[in-house]
Design a protein around this ligand. Structure first.
Ligand SMILES: [Zn+2]
Length: 147
């Protein structure tokens, strides 16, 4: 009896979840130009003997903007022209939005997967050692079914 009720609820829930997935997916598609990394401004001395930067200790050329990003443990640097600084800042900010959305997207997908497991009779191998929270939850529901 209990299980029947749960089954119906699950279908409703699954529908809602799939609608949410669609919404988040559409939002993801609308994020626009974005990029990962951090922007920094540097002041440099060119080293030419007659240049002001050599004569005056406090004078340097700049700011020169660059975007740094870690790729496979290495830092990759890219020069950003002054006129692209504002748009680069916006692109970096959008990456944060993208991250939030993609986490939401993953979360709703995982909920859908879980809901489908439960709908298909709940005989899923609950052997997921990765998430202790989830596996303890599943273990609990198994126990209550058995008793
Ligand atoms: Zn100089």
């Amino acid at each position: 009896m209990l299980q029947d009720n749960e089954g119906q609820e699950m279908s409703e829930k699954l529908k809602e979840l799939e609608e949410k997935r669609k919404r988040v997916g559409e939002q993801l598609g609308r994020v626009g130009d974005m990029r990962q990394g951090s922007l920094s401004a540097r002041y440099l001395k060119c080293g030419k003997p007659l240049c002001r930067c050599t004569k005056e200790k406090s004078y340097s050329h700049g700011p020169h903007f660059s975007l740094t990003k870690a790729v496979k443990g290495k830092t990759v640097t890219r020069t950003i022209p002054k006129e692209a600084v504002e748009s680069t800042k916006a692109q970096i900010a959008r990456y944060q939005d993208f991250r939030k959305l993609s986490q939401e997207f993953l979360a709703v997908n995982e909920e859908i997967c879980d809901a489908k497991l439960t709908e298909s009779g709940g005989n899923a191998d609950q052997d997921q050692k990765k998430s202790s929270k989830r596996s303890s939850k599943l273990r609990l529901s198994e126990k209550s079914k058995n008793s």
